[in-house]
Design a protein around this ligand. Sequence first.
Ligand code: KIV
Ligand code: ZN
Length: 499
Amino acid sequence: MADNKIYVFDTTLRDGEQVPGCQLNTIEKIEVAKMLEQLGVDVIEAGFPVSSPGDFNSVVEISKAVTNPTICALTRAVEKDIEVAAEALKYAKHKRIHTGIGTSDSHIKYKFKSNREEIIERAVKAVKFARRFVDDVEFYAEDAGRTDNEYLARVVEAVIKAGATVVNIPDTTGYCLPAEYGAKIKYLIDHVDGVENAILSTHCHNDLGMATANTMSGLINGARQCEVTINGIGERAGNTSLEEIAMILKCHNDIDLYSDINTPMIYPASRMVSSLMNMPVQANKAIVGRNAFAHSSGIHQDGVLKNVTTYEIIDPKDVGIKESEIILTARSGRAALKHRLEVIGYKATTEELDELYARFLNMADAKKEINDNDLRLLINDNVKSSNAIKLEYLHVSTGSFPESMAAVRLNIGGKQKTATASGNGPVDAAFNAIREVVEKEDMRLEEFLVQAITRGSNDNGKVHVKVSYNDKIYYGFGANVNIVNASAEAFVDAINKIV
Ligand code: KIV
Ligand code: ZN
């Protein structure tokens, strides 16, 4: 094993998927897992099997669908969790159980009402138990960022002796400073007996915007695995983003570390995750943001035209961004659509392509040019076409009257139902009519977010809604050139999640 290879452990489907509103179904998770395989990640954390039958099933199906990376399943330091994880990993060619427990004084006192010695015993027991099922066991010392180094070293030493092959040092709350986190890794390397028998792993959260800096500091100081997510999604402010670490390693020859990430797949992977999870990437996000390779000021444009290296440290092609874009219109054929879909990372079957092409023509009629964002919406719509409740018809009248009126027809499991309702605006009237059809009067709209995708009055608008029903929260998404239709689609999407 080369000493300077950094193993990339992707947790988009576990830590990333914990974000409210980002949940994926099993089919979508398999798509992401296959994309991660193409991207060249070493480990895919596929879920937390004991947490729900859905998570269990996703780990099973990903284990069947993906062969090169190690498939990892998360557990607490609890025997039942470990047994369930081992069962879920049954079909994985390379498998790893990721077990662990909180080690900071705050976790020991408040979460476990325990003491330091007992926590070490539980950690050792969990690792030994997991080793009965798999050869590859990773241990996480939750909140290691706030755990004192001397005690952390004792925990790490004990779990390595018990058989842990990887030890994860999470900065769970994103508290550490880069120098402090790097020093923690160095302390472990200098003070843990047998540390050479395991790989130390970084797992940094971004609460103070330091996740990438902390991860790099950990790697420079001797950690050889980094835990990351696509686009940096994850709990609260997110995790370290895969694309940032991969490109830092590629650009900085001076630090002599490398990963096996196939960097031209970064952009397609980023778009796929953003689109499937309905999680827009901020325009100025490093590496994958819309503006990451856009030069807007006159001085920069002038420099770049003279020599691109004046303002660009990364060749866009290295992350999968092509300089030229094919503009699709209603006159484009299936082949052009298929090609463009592949460029953005979506391989459509012949059947899917037929459906997408029909939707594409409708959209192209309403909107002159179809860009990549529009295509992602089409893909999203295709996924949604299996929903039980579909919006078939919507008519809204509005004007100078005090109230707007809406008539809707929904198709609910094959049966058509209609209703009319009034409201204080077209969207309110449409929502009231939909509420009446589905007979869910208690459903409340908590948030309503409208976003134009690119520019121009004929552009698609995206609507995100947050709806509460029976004390639970549901999210919906819709996109359409007509913003009232997009709103109604988002509302119906949320209702599909309720039913
Ligand atoms: O942030 C964290 O501590 C985690 C562990 C469960 C690995 O996600
Ligand atoms: Zn985490």
